[in-house]
Design a protein around this ligand. Structure first.
Ligand code: PEP
Length: 252
């Protein structure tokens, strides 16, 4: 049975003070939740403050990005060793905003995934189609390419996939449960082809795109949805804690 995972992607939000205020409120709200992996991804500048507050808790710390080299003359970039040193166990790679605004290619993302795994960081690897691609009937082609290229020569351990249809991110438009299940099922098939059926059954596939406390239960009822990567609704402790405490009856 795959353990559900709920991950908060704060994007470019929260100062260190705001991070502390969130965690002071959030940690007690979820301290009894043992059957869900909880991951929080603050901006780089808040990682140190978050690590201090999360020490000894079961909440895991993630970065939102990293660079694909070990060290050197890469002004403004952050290495995998810096992330593990700062207390991160996870890193988000391939978010559509990175692909779109920072022109990160499949090849660059594959290098990021490989260096992250070399440093034993768990990778939340994001994939997803644009509205244009969906309307052109290219959804599965895009998902297959992003998985095939992004996870090339990467073993399945430590990989979490996040399916985030770009048209659903930050728009208030969630994929229907049918759309989500269909995409997750096809992603698992692709993972089975890339690795093995047994490995694909172990890999968690999170859904991302306007997840809220109101739609999480329906999404988690889908057989292949193993959790969520949450943007907007993860910025408030109360709403993210409600997502973390979804009705687990469906996943026992
Ligand atoms: C995200 O950015 O990963 C995301 C899913 O954002 P939102 O929940 O705001 O749609």
């Amino acid at each position: 049975m795959r353990k559900p995972c709920m991950a908060a992607n704060w994007k470019m939000n929260k100062t260190t003070g705001e991070t502390r205020a969130f965690l002071d409120e959030f940690i007690p709200l979820v301290q009894d939740v043992k059957n869900v992996d909880i991951v929080v991804a603050p901006p780089f500048t808040s990682i140190h403050a978050a690590a201090a507050l999360l020490a000894g808790s079961h909440i895991r710390l993630s970065a939102q990005n990293l660079f694909h080299e070990e060290k050197g003359a890469y002004t403004g970039e952050i290495s995998p060793a810096m992330l593990t040193d700062a207390g991160c166990s996870h890193v988000i790679i391939g978010h559509s905003e990175r692909r779109q605004y920072f022109k990160e290619t499949d090849e660059m993302l594959n290098r990021k995934v490989r260096i992250a795994r070399k440093h034993a960081l768990q990778v939340i690897f994001c994939i997803g189609e644009s509205l244009e691609e969906r309307e052109a009937g290219k959804t599965f082609e895009v998902l297959n390419r992003e998985i095939g290229e992004g996870l090339k020569e990467v073993s399945p351990e430590g990989i979490i996939v996040a399916y985030e249809p770009i048209w659903a991110i930050g728009t208030g438009k969630t994929a229907t449960t049918e759309q989500a299940q269909e995409a997750h099922y096809s992603i698992r098939e692709k993972l089975a082809a890339l690795y093995s059926n047994a490995a694909a059954q172990e890999i968690r596939i999170l859904y991302g795109g306007s997840v809220t406390p109101d739609n999480i239960d329906a999404l988690m009822r889908c057989a292949d949805v193993d959790g969520a990567l949450v943007g907007g609704a993860s910025l408030k402790a109360d709403s993210f804690s409600k997502i973390v405490k979804f009705n687990t009856d469906y996943k026992q």
